[in-house]
Structure formats: C-alpha cells, structure tokens
Design a protein around this ligand. Structure first.
Ligand SMILES: [Zn+2]
Length: 148
C-alpha cells in the first residue's frame, strides 16, 4: 500500500510510516534534528539562567555543607522549600512531597505560600497533610516528627 509523506508528499511504504505519523524518513530525521537542537538550546539556557544557578547553589549548601538547610537565610529557605514542594508535587504529587520532606520544610512551604498569598494552595496542602500523613510511610527520620 502506497502512502505519501504528510510533510513533503514523497511516497513511502506504509510499514515504515506506522509509527512516524505518516512522515518519510527524511522528514522525520529533520524533525528529530530540530527537537535535538531545541533541547540543546533549552539546556544551555537553563544552565545560564540565574534562577537555575541560585537553585544549584542552594542545593549544594543544603546537601553538601555542614550547616545544611539551617545554614540558609530566611528568604533562601522560603525559595528552597517552595521549589522542593513544586518539584515533588510535579514528580509524584503530594504523597511524594510528604514522604520525602521533613516537617521543617513543610512549615517553610506553608509560610512561603502565605507570603505569596496562595491561600487556596495552603488550605489544600494542610488538608492533604491531615489525610495523607496517616496513610503514607514517611522516611524513618521524619516519622517521629510527622506523627506528633
Ligand atoms: Zn517527507
């Protein structure tokens, strides 16, 4: 069965087009190349983005330096905790956030949400804590703190 490429109109074998959205090999190659270039550019932008630099600096201080999280300034704690919250939420939801985070971080997230006047998110997070803390198994070092 003859099929034509949706982009350039070249004839292609249907068996080759099945997983290529009806594109010929050359057009698919060109699209993949554009995606690769876009991804590379995105990575380059993120590498030099000031917030990305700040984030890496904070992660270093929290996980590598002796003072850890407690060594951060007030504002850095707010920024760090909200970033962790966003990351955990986007990569596994609230369950993941509660199972990976300490109560200190939780309190700072609540405080940060208050500063942002994100009242609805704050309410949902507090409600989720009540519901989820009994259900999940927090990391051993967090268990006692969460169960208080
Ligand atoms: Zn084509």
């Amino acid at each position: 069965m003859k099929v034509t490429c949706n982009k350039c109109g070249a004839e292609i074998f249907s068996t080759f087009s099945e997983n290529m959205d009806e594109l010929c090999k050359a057009c698919k190659q060109a699209i993949l190349q554009k995606i690769e270039i876009a991804e590379h550019n995105y990575q380059e932008q993120m590498r030099s983005h000031p917030f990305q630099k700040l984030w890496r600096f904070l992660v270093y201080r929290v996980y590598v330096t002796d003072d850890g999280y407690n060594g951060l300034s007030h504002d850095e704690k707010v920024y760090f905790s909200l970033s962790v919250f966003e990351g955990e939420y986007n990569n596994g939801g609230l369950k993941r956030f509660f199972s990976n985070s300490s109560d200190t971080l939780f309190r700072d997230v609540i405080y940060g949400l208050m500063l942002l006047e994100a009242k609805q998110t704050m309410k949902l997070l507090l409600k989720a804590k009540d519901i989820l803390i009994g259900e999940i198994d927090p990391r051993e070092d967090n268990k006692n703190r969460w169960m208080q």
